[in-house]
Write a protein that binds this ligand. Structure first.
Ligand code: NAD
Ligand code: MG
Length: 380
């Protein structure tokens, strides 16, 4: 199998390359293209090790540096949006791993679908902002869409336990993040160092903050709606602190099927690469006796208002999830740059949502314009 990895320098991208290594001799995967934003040191190291046809730095200012670094290799060095689109559409490529963070992943992922590539999808912002266009394109171009987000991989796997028409609801699990159980008062003076410490997962900075505010779970509710074609009311968010059950589905006979494993993104990445087969993994097994108990609770949507805002924007549909997503990207970046406090993330997202009038029918260009307008007109 030949793959392109969009976002190879990130948390998902680097783990995907580890999966490529783990599968060597079991299922050989050739990496045709890798892309990063500005981390040229890592891009160079990855290019030397995996010898892709092309390597792309999205940041155009880093292009000449990367080009010089790889001058002695046969790898073609590209940059910017054009480079990303090229990486997403290479002729010999079978599957594209979409693991760029945020809205920046949308266009190259759509290009990959239009070029007939199967998609392993980590970038949830793509489905949040352009869900209907994305799913229509998946159908139109007949590509396979394999979820990489651990919850959605779990739902996908659990759905094998019954027929689609027999599905009653999805139980989407959430770790609850580092601040589960805290009051709004206790969250007032949270620092970015505290918010960046996730109890169970090591991830990129943006998704780690989203996990602390529960916006991540809100985005995942919208992601699940599009991936599995379910109503918002049939998706229940359940806090499960241990992150062993990665999500569950309930069928009409009230039977619940769960997918479990130790928290490692290498599992869903590997399953997307090997589906419909299951192949050997060198990782550890769950020791249930050692764990002894699994716990569950309802999320507190008053304290973690981002979850409620995302559900609301998702139900409104149209351009509102794009407004939500863009406002959240702006607010998370401002929080990471010490410009706003932790609780202001949700307050800002709520304010920006109230400023936009919904538009139910939209094109990809409309979505790009809405995203741009939020970033330009509501700068922090
Ligand atoms: P990350 O920040 O670690 O990596 C992001 C990647 O995108 C890097 O390669 C970076 O260079 C690239 N990138 C950033 N901005 C870019 C831009 N403007 N243009 C082009 N490339 C750009 O993020 P991550 O944690 O690996 O997350 C990637 C995606 O996967 C996100 O959408 C996230 O929600 C999703 N996801 C991540 C995890 C996880 O465990 N990390 C789990 C589930 C879903
Ligand atoms: Mg997830």
């Amino acid at each position: 199998m030949n793959i392109s990895i969009l976002g190879s320098t990130g948390s998902i991208g680097t783990q995907a390359l580890e999966v490529v290594d783990d599968l060597k001799g079991i299922k050989d995967i050739t990496v045709l293209a890798i892309t990063g934003n500005s981390n040229v040191e890592l891009l160079e190291a990855q290019a030397r090790r995996y010898k892709p046809q092309i390597v792309v730095c999205a940041d155009e200012n880093k292009y000449s540096d990367l080009k010089v670094r790889l001058a002695d290799t046969n790898t073609l060095v590209l940059c910017g949006q054009e480079g990303l689109n090229r990486a997403a559409t290479l002729d010999e490529c079978d599957m594209v791993l979409s693991s760029i963070v945020g809205f920046a992943g949308l266009v190259p992922t759509m290009k990959a679908i239009e070029a007939g590539k199967d998609i392993a999808l980590a970038n949830k912002e793509t489905l949040v902002t352009a869900g209907s266009l994305f799913m229509d394109a998946v159908k139109k171009y007949g590509v396979r869409l394999l979820p990489v987000d651990s919850e959605h991989s779990a739902i996908f796997q659990s759905l094998h336990g019954g027929k689609r028409a027999e599905l009653r609801k999805i139980l989407l699990t959430a770790s609850g993040g580092p601040f589960f159980g805290k009051s709004r008062d206790e969250l007032k003076n949270i620092t970015k160092e505290q918010a960046l410490k996730h109890p169970n997962w090591t991830m990129g900075a943006k998704i780690t903050i989203d996990s602390a505010t529960l916006m991540n779970k809100g985005l995942e509710v919208i992601e699940a709606k599009w991936l599995f074609d379910v109503d918002f009311d049939d998706i229940e968010v359940l806090v499960h602190r241990e992150s062993i059950i990665h999500s569950m589905v309930e069928f009409c006979d009230r039977s619940v099927i769960a997918q479990m494993g130790l928290p490692s993104m290498k599992h869903p990445i590997q399953y997307a690469f090997t589906y419909p087969e299951r192949l050997f993994s060198p990782d550890e097994s769950v020791d249930f006796a050692e764990l002894s108990r699994l716990t569950f609770a309802k999320p507190d949507e008053d304290v973690f208002c981002c979850l409620a805002l995302a559900k609301e924007a998702g139900k409104m549909g149209g351009i509102m999830p794009t407004v939500l997503n863009a406002a959240n990207e702006v607010a998370v970046s401002a929080f990471l740059h010490d410009k706003i406090g932790f609780l202001e993330i949700g307050e800002y997202v709520g304010e920006v949502l109230r400023k936009y009038k919904n538009k139910l029918n939209f094109t990809l260009e409309d979505i790009i314009e809405v995203d741009r307008s939020v970033r330009m007109e509501h700068k922090i």
